[in-house]
Design a protein around this ligand. Structure first.
Ligand code: SF4
Length: 509
């Protein structure tokens, strides 16, 4: 099976053996026989994320699109919160007049649950098309209509010939998977089926080979992995070695997504996000791919650029650029190094971003003392061992958790890092405990490539020098949990078939 044949998207538990619950040490990842497979569970869970949320976040970026959430009204309410971020993205892309994204809900109630919601969905699609004339319409099927047996694909096939607007659909019922990252696959599935496979013009034909002397064109997949500044950095680097770039599908439209079938190479910026789409372009259009690294930190950026250049015999040009850029970046961060030396960092983010950012911090002379990843799959495995090796075997605790702040704060109290680096909602927990914090990703910051290397160093030093706000916050807010919880093993509620999780304090020693 693959993206083209899949009618519904398989959960990542099945497709890439991803897991959401594990507590142990970095050196153990990839070694224990049955680590983190489907049988890992929590006896108590404080938080979670439905796959609908990342799917909605991705699909709302398509310009002038309308998203119809088919289900109870609560399912789509996150669409409101996403308007701020989508507008900011548009602003950074030079589009100050961008409107709020359009989202609708079929608002199913008790009566619909008895009588079915197909007719309501059909009417909603036709009304949205008539009133708003969007460039595309996306229907997202949630738990309720799937439980009552609404035939989403049947409705789509009935309505498609009645309207000119491309119609995309996605099955993103939260009950189908615990691995929220499946939502990225669902978003790709919707775009590929709606804009390519089931498009009125049919899939574009494969392009003929490149003519001699023609510059190669590379797809750089951005599915929420980068803000505009990072796109600029990626484009700068690839253009400098003679490669043209097509960045999508976020903020792309039908034409751009169809254009991506004509590239000479597909490059991932985050394997966790991209592999489903990369595989489609490879299988259906024969486009080779690079799906290994994230260009964060000097070593990873070097590997990433060389992997791409190798496809076009441009290694010499890439090496010359790397030498020049590395020298400039090293010189630029020189003044920050004394303040960063031996600083103990705790990371929290999606797995791939967390592990490669760990490499960047080590290049700046810092030590990784803990890592919380939102899920685990095979793409990240080798990077844990690399982090341990780079600090001469000094191990650290790893928490694989779909958020679960009670595990995080327990770990932080034990590990006591000098700096916490996570997404903004993680940082709030660390800030309450008084630790200096920096955000691991914001859409207006440079994070990738050489600009990113410099900016992260600068940001870390600034926050280490002045974190009075977090200190005062910790003195003036109550702890979120009873003190007894901090005496317990942070991984107490993780149930697994694997050998029992190692005590995090032993792992950190
Ligand atoms: S889990 Fe189901 S009901 Fe809950 S928000 Fe997700 S799709 Fe809606």
């Amino acid at each position: 099976m693959g993206l083209k044949e899949d009618k519904t998207v398989p959960g990542r538990e099945d497709r890439v053996e991803a897991c959401m619950a594990h507590g142990g040490c970095a050196s153990g990842i990839g070694k224990q026989d049955k680590i983190c497979l489907k049988n890992s569970e929590r006896g108590f869970s404080q938080a979670g994320l439905c796959q609908l949320l990342p799917t909605l976040g991705m699909l709302l970026t398509l310009p002038e699109t309308a998203v119809i959430v088919h289900g109870a009204i609560g399912c789509g309410s996150a669409g409101f919160g996403m308007n701020t971020s989508i507008r900011l993205h548009h602003l950074l892309r030079g589009n100050p007049n961008a409107k709020d994204s359009l989202w609708f809900t079929t608002n199913l109630d008790e009566s619909d649950v008895v009588h079915g919601g197909e007719q309501r969905l059909e009417e909603t699609i036709l009304t949205v098309n008539e009133r708003y004339r969007p460039k595309s319409i996306i229907v997202m099927q949630t738990c309720t209509p799937s439980i009552i047996g609404d035939d989403l694909v049947g409705v789509i096939e009935k309505v498609r010939p009645l309207i000119d607007t491309p119609l995309l659909y996605s099955h993103c019922e939260g009950f189908k998977t615990k691995v929220w990252a499946t939502g990225y696959d669902v978003a790709f599935h919707a775009m590929v089926h709606g804009f390519i496979e089931k498009d009125k013009e049919g899939p574009p034909p494969r392009k003929a080979g490149r003519k001699p002397g023609e510059r190669p064109i590379v797809n750089v997949i951005n599915l929420a992995s980068m803000g505009k500044p990072d796109e600029v950095e990626i484009e700068r680097l690839l253009n400098a070695i003679g490669i043209d770039v097509l960045i999508g599908p976020n903020f792309g439209d039908r034409e751009k997504i169809r254009q991506m079938t004509q590239a000479d190479l597909t490059v991932s910026v985050c394997p966790t996000h991209d592999d489903y789409f990369v595989d489609y372009l490879h299988t259906e259009y024969g486009i080779p791919f690079v799906l290994r690294d994230m260009p964060i930190g000097l070593a990873n950026t070097r590997n990433w650029l060389l992997d791409i250049a190798r496809n076009f015999d441009l290694e010499k040009e890439a090496l010359a650029l790397i030498e020049q850029e590395e020298a400039k970046a090293r010189k630029a961060v020189e003044r920050y190094l004394p303040a960063l030396k031996d600083i103990r960092v705790f990371l929290s983010a999606g797995e791939f971003r967390a592990v490669v950012t760990g490499g960047l911090f080590q290049e700046l002379g810092m030590e990784i003392v803990g890592l919380r990843s939102y899920h685990h799959d095979d793409f990240g495995t080798e990077f844990y061992a690399r982090l341990v090796q780079a600090q001469e075997g000094k191990d650290f605790p790893v928490d694989i958790a779909n958020f679960q702040p009670f595990e995080l704060v327990n770990l932080l109290k034990r590990v006591k890092p000098d700096l916490f680096c996570g997404h903004v909602f993680d940082n709030a927990w660390a800030a309450r405990l008084g630790f200096p914090t920096i955000t691991i990703f914001r859409i207006f910051d440079y994070y990738v490539g050489y600009r990113g290397y410099y900016e992260v160093a600068k940001k870390a030093v600034r926050n280490l020098r002045n974190h009075a706000f977090n200190t005062k916050l910790s003195q003036n807010v109550q702890g979120a949990y009873k003190k007894e919880w901090y005496e317990e093993d942070p991984f107490k509620y993780i149930k697994t078939d694997a050998p029992s999780a190692q005590d995090p304090e032993t792992a950190a020693a």
